[in-house]
Design a protein around this ligand. Structure first.
Ligand code: ATP
Ligand code: MG
Length: 329
């Protein structure tokens, strides 16, 4: 199993946690798991090098705080494992231009600035992502709904390579938990909560001051009614809050609807704010503790990269052989 997360912000948010990270933690129990902070993906958009280094470490610290066990799972930084980029080149040579042009994330991410101002790296990002997955021979890829199309592309590329050059890759499947596959922006419940796309008021960051998180929940957009009902079409704001509430407490949505029947949004939001504060307070403390010892953190990541390379080097060697390259030194 393989999955990755971008160091594109100072903090992960509840979409990342509920859509992906929570599954990462659960699946490491009975899978051989590879989890990476995908810094090569983060440079596809404008960024500051100093901030990237800091955010990469913060990302790793948050993964540890979330419960990724570096003994059990291989936790590493993508740029420290060169085979990702090497295989991405190979994959780009079997990807059609039309096929790459159909990726909706590129369209979403360039909707504001226009495709002409985007980088080629942002365009080819899904190909690098395919390489991230295939280089580990992963069967399962735990992600949020927004990544389904990229995993589909990965499957197509794996099958195409196998067909053309002989069986080389396992064909992976996305692992998406329906209930929490898409957490929405608190201020704009028609778009997904996103590190790079949401306004600060629309995101609940895992590392926000607990008080700030509570305030964001209380000022989340709902509607002019007062019924706490799960109706994604007509009440997307309330439905989103119910999803988060249910996921964090393990309580059924129907049970929550009953509990808040006739009580209005005020009580509901206040209680959810308490639930969120209870979650983020220890999470934040743990993350900051991991960040206190950068040498230790870097050592965990270096050990992870070494373990990762034990898998990626043989995969790449096999691929190069299949491609007809002359063996090197
Ligand atoms: P960016 O805006 O920089 O793309 P992001 O918030 O989309 O950041 P990623 O690092 O791209 O986060 O994605 C990490 C994981 O979190 C992926 O598996 C992705 O599907 C999942 N994810 C991201 N946003 C959400 C969301 N709103 N709901 C559920 N899952 C999400
Ligand atoms: Mg994203």
């Amino acid at each position: 199993m393989l999955s990755g997360i971008q160091p594109t912000a100072d903090s992960f948010h509840f979409g990342n946690y509920l859509g992906a990270l929570r599954q990462w933690v659960a699946l490491q129990e009975d899978h051989e798991a590879f989890y990476c902070v995908v810094d090569l993906h983060a440079i596809t958009v404008e960024y500051d090098p100093k901030a990237l280094r800091e955010r990469t470490r913060r990302s790793a610290a948050q993964l540890l705080a979330a419960g990724i066990d570096p003994e059990r799972s291989t936790l590493f930084v993508q740029s420290q494992v060169p085979e990702h980029a090497q295989l991405a080149w190979v994959m780009s040579c079997i990807t059609g231009m039309g096929e790459a042009s159909r990726m909706t994330q590129f369209k979403d991410k360039t909707a504001k600035g226009g495709a002409d101002r985007a980088t080629v790296g942002l365009f080819t990002y899904p190909i690098l992502q395919a390489a991230d997955i295939l280089v580990y021979q992963a069967d399962r890829v735990p992600v949020g709904e927004d990544q389904r199309q990229h995993v589909e592309l990965t499957r197509d590329l794996a099958q195409r390579f196998n067909h053309r050059f002989g069986k080389t890759f396992r064909v992976p499947e996305a692992y998406i938990v329906k209930e929490t596959a898409k957490i929405f922006d608190l201020q704009d419940p028609s778009s997904k909560m996103s590190k790079s796309g949401s306004s600060p008021a629309g995101i609940i960051d895992l590392l926000d001051e607990p008080k700030a998180s509570a305030k964001k929940i209380r000022s989340a957009v709902t509607d002019s009614g007062r019924d706490v009902i799960f109706d994604e079409e007509n009440k997307p704001g309330v439905a989103n809050l119910l999803t988060i509430y249910s996921a964090l407490t393990g309580r059924k949505i129907s049970e929550l609807e009953d509990e808040y029947a006739g009580r209005g949004y005020g009580d509901f939001k206040k209680d959810l704010a308490d639930v969120v504060v209870e979650f983020v307070t220890p999470f934040r403390e743990k993350t900051l503790t991991y960040l206190d010892d950068k040498a230790q953190l870097d050592a965990i990541l270096a050990a992870g990269a070494e373990r990762a390379r034990a898998v990626t080097e043989p995969t790449l060697a096999k691929v190069y052989d299949r491609l007809g390259f002359v063996p090197g030194p």
